[in-house]
Design a protein around this ligand. Structure first.
Ligand SMILES: O=C(O)CCC(=O)C(=O)O
Ligand SMILES: [Fe+2]
Length: 315
């Protein structure tokens, strides 16, 4: 109660003083208000800039949620393996015990294929693709079936070029291709704890060459997210052998494992083998290549002997 009694007269005094000082006080108030407005404008501008930067950062960093690099281009990985729960995609297919994935995941290794082997394989891809090539950005060369991109279509290079093919490729080329396939197969078998001989090479297994040319047909649109088991059916284990270096030979073109809020990228590096179970536990995409040329081989394995293919032969 006491404080209230003391407070009342002071309020009256204050209001009298306020009336007497009104002109200069109003001016001060105006100055104060204007400076507040100025600060509010600056604060609004800063908040807007921060928001825009955050939006830009999130859209750049997460074109599709890129969060983590599983394999940097500069590192030499002796072997990195990450297990992920298997999807149900394998249930819709005939099961082969001891081969059909029960343990799923993805691995990367830089010590199975040498950079020299990768360099030689890249020359094989380059000379084969020099016989044709897509009008768009993505060309393939499949030494098993003979499929070669040409313009907006494909030709069978063994039929189209006949015996001339033996002047393009050598016996050593085919031998190297087979040796590399074998080493990759052994790597996959070990990583997933399955017998090497229960795995079979399957189709399509092919070289790819990607540049930044505009796509002309759906075959040039390599960047769509997909599941290999759904796209190719017979695949149980997919491997990719990279034949050129990210940011040295090309920009963009990283491989992305897509996961809710936690995408993982593999930066291609010549000689790097990336392998994974082919079901939707490993949904993935390739970023668009922005400059340069990216070479790789997709080497696919199945557990179903009915879907197996032979190594290409020099005949
Ligand atoms: O070249 C790559 O990195 C991936 C290719 C791919 O996803 C495929 O061939 O199915
Ligand atoms: Fe794929």
């Amino acid at each position: 109660m006491a404080p209230q009694r003391r407070g009342a007269p002071r309020a009256a005094e204050n209001s009298g003083a306020a009336v007497r000082r009104r002109p200069s006080s109003a001016k001060k108030d105006r100055v104060l208000r204007e400076s507040w407005r100025k600060w509010l404008r600056v604060a609004g501008l800063v908040a807007g800039l921060v928001l825009a930067a955050l939006l830009l950062w999130s859209s750049l960093g997460t074109e599709d949620g890129v969060a983590e690099v599983l394999a940097h281009r500069g590192e030499v990985l002796a072997g990195r393996f990450i297990e992920v729960p298997c999807s149900e995609d394998y249930d819709g297919h005939r099961r082969f015990e001891g081969c059909t994935p029960r343990k799923c995941g993805r691995g990367v290794t830089d010590v199975v294929i040498t950079r020299e082997e990768a360099q030689r394989l890249r020359s094989i891809a380059a000379k084969g693709l020099a016989l044709g090539g897509s009008d768009g950005g993505a060309s393939v060369l499949d030494l098993h079936s003979g499929a070669l991109s040409m313009g907006k279509h494909f030709v069978n290079l063994y039929r189209y070029f006949g015996d001339k093919i033996q002047t393009v490729f050598s016996e050593e080329d085919f031998q190297l291709y087979q040796d590399v396939r074998q080493k990759v197969q052994l790597t996959i078998a070990k990583a997933f704890g399955i017998g090497e001989s229960s795995l079979y090479l399957t189709k399509p297994t092919f070289f790819s060459r990607i540049n930044s040319s505009q796509a002309r047909t759906a075959h040039d649109e390599y960047w769509h997210a997909h599941v290999d088991k759904v796209t190719y059916g017979s695949f149980d284990y997919t491997s990719l052998l990279y034949l050129s270096d990210y940011l040295e030979d090309f920009g963009g073109g990283r491989f992305v494992f897509m996961e809710e809020g936690a995408n993982k990228t593999v930066e291609p590096r010549a000689g790097r083998v990336s392998f994974f179970t082919s079901g939707s536990e490993n949904l993935h995409r390739v970023e668009k290549v922005l400059w340069g040329t990216r070479y790789a081989i997709t080497i696919a394995f199945t557990c179903n002997p009915d879907h197996s293919i032979e190594d290409p032969a020099f005949t």
